[in-house]
Write a protein of this length. Sequence first.
Length: 411
Amino acid sequence: MINIAVLGYGTVGSGVVEVVETNKKQLNKKTQQELNVKYILDLREFPGDPYEDKIVHDVDIIMNDPDVQIVCETMGGTGAAYKFTRAALEAGKSVCTSNKAMVAAHGTEMLEIAKKNNCNYMFEASVGGGIPIIRPLMSSLCHEYIEEIAGIINGTTNFMLTKMEREGADYAEVLKEAQALGYAEQDPSADVEGYDTCRKISILASLMLGKTVNFEQVYTEGITKVTADDFAYASAAGYTIKLLGTAKALDGAYEGEAGKPEVSVKVSSYLVPVNHPIALVNDVMNGVFVTGNMVGETMYYGSGAGKLPTASAVVADIAECAKHVGENIKVFWDAEEAKIADYLETETAFYVRTTADAADAVFEQYPDAMNIIVDGRNDAAFVLPVMKEKDFVAFAEKLGDKLLGRLRIYA
Ligand code: HSE
């Protein structure tokens, strides 16, 4: 028998117990093991809960029980979660987690500890909710030179942007709805300011390069400046608006040339052409578009947040651990830090919304700019050509108060 302990009986933790119990026959058959949830750690009591008898309040009961082989960390944060993850791995217990903050900040360290103790640190649920994306990167695409990853990897903001676009919904109202559905982070600024996407794209970029992409160095902006005006112009020009995390391998990325930046990683709201597959990813769904040098374009799609989809990904890791008890599965993610390009030196195309009298200034600087026409408006909007981010910053300064809004364009 393989015993599991779940740390944190919140949305995802309770989902893990539900998935294990509901799909027990299938899980046992496919792993050729008998899986059992032995403990659930939480500070709270759960009177009347069907698994009430499994609740414990002292983590040492779990850590000191040699019969617990797998621990699910679904607590979130990097405080107690860090301490308990370390303790479990040091005791030779595999840890499966949905905690992207932990993986982004301490993934390298936890993978090392797991390796030393012949167990595993697994984090399929940390990016893209229920989408299998970590394992494809580690396994099916391991031989590829990945050229680019672009992902909608935050369900809350995708849900919000979709509702804003389709229903002209109010920002605060939609955020409340996302919270009620259990999608949003405790502090929703992690979602709307792009920090959650930043951690997730850093995890994917680390797996892409096999080095640590430090999320603190990733240029990040969220959806807070996206307005109904931007949706009107974007739609007229054949675009939708999505919050993307992007990681682009730069020339020589895989040769490790001394001193050269290896990867450009950004989080930003982008205009995305409506005929791009990623533009079709709506509501709470996530989509990750991965381009490999041999396979070409691939895409992974599924629920990006929510109890059962996220729990399902944690249980996929439980199954993998159950099949490899006492054995460490190699993960290509080294402690060496990847060299991230200064975002100001990277290139992108921009959309700008300006006051109506700024057209001359725009065309003077960018004769190839495309004017987006929407009848009855008293402002103006343009698609600008690809340029260095630092050149756009200089142009934005020149426009001053005439610049009303700007977004990047994904192509
Ligand atoms: N707040 C996150 C999201 C939860 O909306 O994607 C899943 O990581």
